[in-house]
Write a protein that binds this ligand. Structure first.
Ligand code: 0X9
Ligand code: CA
Ligand code: ZN
Length: 402
C-alpha cells in the first residue's frame, strides 16, 4: 500500500497472560505494555493456583505476528466513546502547533497576560526543531533564591491528559495568584517550573498521523519518513541503568520501548538533562497516563525501595490513604515503587533521583479509558481537580523537603 493510505500503524489490544511469568515475557518481547490488570486465579499444574492477568498494550502488525508465534491470545480494545479521525478538531485537546490555540500559542498568551509571575523559557529543541518550552511561575518582585519544583508532562506522545494537567496547573496558579492566599504564598516563596510537552514532535504527530504514537520522531533507519521502525522512547533514554536488560527497555528500533543508540542520544533528553542540572530542583513530578498510579524509584529492579522511601511514602500515601483519589471511578490512585508495575531502565525519575538525588514521582492519570480519554471538558477538569492537592503539597514541601 502507499504509505498515506495505509491507515493507522498501531492499535490497542488486551492480551491474556496466564501466569506472572507471561507478563515478563511480553515485556522481553518488546511489547508496549500500557497496563497490567489482575484477572481471575486459575488452577495451575498440581492444583497450585495461578494468577492470570489482562495486559493492555499498543501493538503493530509486526507485534501481532510475534504474539501469535508465541501462542498468546488477544483481542482489540476499541476507544470508548466517539474516537475522532486524524485531523478532526477536538474540543479539549489541542496540538502543539495549532496557530491560534495550540499549546505553544497558549503558553505565549499566558506569559503575555501574567508578566509579573510568568517567564517562558526554551530549554532546547526537538529533532524537528520544535521548542521545548518551560513556564516559570513565581512572584518576580520577590528576588533571591527560592526552592524550585518541576512538573514535566508528556514524554509519551499519546498521553494527552498529562499535558492537560500541566496546562491546567499553570492556569490555576496564574488565575489565583493575588486572590487566593495559598497560591499567592506558594508563588511568593517557591519557583514552579512546568514543561507541558516533553516530546513536542511526537505529540504533534498524534494529532496529524497516529493517535497512539509513543516515542519521539527520530528517523532510526534514516529513510526520510516516519514508520513503525522509527522513534525513541524518551522514558528509556536517560542515563540510569540505561540498556540494563531487554525487559526494562528494548534494543529493537521498531518497539515502543526502544531506548535509542546511547544514553541521552536524543535532543529532547539532552535538553531536559541540561536544564535540570542547571537548576536546584527539590522535587520533580513526571506526568503520564494511564492507570491511576503514583510511582516512585526504583523502576529498574523489582521490589527495591530507596533510602528516601519515607519521603516518597509521605507524599504518595498508602493503599489505605493515597494522595490522589479518582472521583470518576471512586477509587484511590495506587502508590508504590515503579518496578512493581513493571521494570524500566533509562527511566526519567530513576535518573533524577539516582544521579542528582532529586525525589521524583511518576503520576499516571485516570483509569478505565486508556490513552483515548474522552474529549470532555468536565471529565478532564475532574481529573485535574482530583490531582491538584498532590501538586500543591509537593510545591509546599519544597521549602523543607525532609
Ligand atoms: O512505561 C513508562 O514509561 C511509564 N508508563 S507509561 O504507560 N506512561 O508508558 C511508567 C514509568 C514508571 N516506572 C516504572 N513503572 N518502572
Ligand atoms: Ca524512517
Ligand atoms: Zn507514559
Amino acid at each position: 500500500c502507499i504509505r498515506d493510505s495505509c491507515g493507522p500503524m498501531l492499535k490497542m489490544v488486551a492480551i491474556e497472560a496466564k501466569a506472572p511469568g507471561q507478563v515478563k515475557k511480553l515485556a522481553r518481547m518488546g511489547i508496549d505494555i500500557s497496563e497490567v490488570v489482575k484477572g481471575p486465579l486459575v488452577e495451575g499444574p498440581r492444583g497450585v493456583p495461578l494468577q492470570t492477568y489482562r495486559v493492555e498494550a499498543v501493538v503493530s502488525a509486526r507485534d501481532e505476528k510475534k504474539l501469535s508465534r508465541e501462542g498468546f491470545s488477544w483481542s482489540d480494545v476499541p476507544g470508548k466513546g466517539p474516537v475522532k479521525k486524524i485531523g478532526e478538531e477536538y474540543d479539549v485537546y489541542k496540538s502543539f502547533d495549532a496557530p491560534r490555540n495550540g499549546i505553544r500559542a497558549q503558553l505565549n498568551k499566558i506569559k503575555a497576560t501574567y508578566p509579573k509571575i510568568c517567564q517562558l523559557k526554551t530549554i532546547g529543541h526537538s529533532i524537528q526543531d520544535r521548542p521545548l518550552l518551560a513556564m516559570r511561575l513565581t512572584n518576580e518582585k520577590i528576588k533571591g533564591q527560592k526552592p524550585q519544583v518541576l512538573f514535566l508532562a508528556t514524554h509519551h506522545a499519546r498521553e494527552w491528559v498529562a499535558t492537560e494537567m500541566a496546562m491546567r496547573l499553570i492556569d490555576y496558579l496564574t488565575a489565583n495568584f493575588g486572590s487566593d492566599g495559598r497560591v499567592t504564598d506558594l508563588l511568593n516563596t517557591t519557583e514552579v517550573w512546568v514543561v507541558p510537552v516533553g516530546n513536542p514532535d511526537g505529540y504533534q504527530y498524534t494529532f496529524t498521523n497516529e493517535r497512539l504514537w509513543r516515542k519521539n520522531l527520530r528517523d532510526n533507519d534514516g529513510d526520510g519518513e516516519i514508520t513503525i521502525e522509527d522513534g525513541v522512547d524518551l522514558n528509556r533514554n536517560f542515563a540510569s541503568h540505561w540498556g540494563l536488560d531487554e525487559e526494562g527497555s528494548s534494543s529493537n528500533p521498531s518497539d515502543g520501548t526502544y531506548r535509542g543508540i546511547a544514553p541521552d542520544s536524543e535532543p529532547e533528553t539532552q535538553a531536559v538533562v541540561k536544564f535540570i542540572e542547571s537548576k536546584d530542583f527539590k522535587f520533580i513530578i513526571s506526568y503520564h497516563t494511564y492507570g491511576n498510579w503514583i510511582l516512585y524509584p526504583w523502576g529498574w529492579q523489582w521490589k527495591t525501595t530507596s533510602l528516601d522511601d519515607p519521603i516518597f511514602l509521605a507524599q504518595a500515601g498508602t493503599d489505605d490513604n493515597p494522595a490522589i483519589w479518582d472521583s470518576l471511578v471512586d477509587q484511590g490512585y495506587d502508590p508504590g515503587v515503579g518496578a512493581d508495575l513493571y521494570i524500566t531502565n533509562g527511566d526519567f525519575t530513576d535518573w533524577t533521583y539516582g544521579s542528582l538525588g532529586i525525589p521524583s514521582h511518576t503520576v499516571e492519570f485516570t483509569t478505565g479509558y486508556d490513552f483515548r480519554f474522552p474529549d470532555d471538558e468536565t471529565m478532564v477538569q475532574t481529573v485535574f481537580e482530583d490531582s491538584l492537592e498532590f501538586a500543591l503539597s509537593v510545591i509546599k514541601s519544597a521549602a523543607d523537603p525532609a
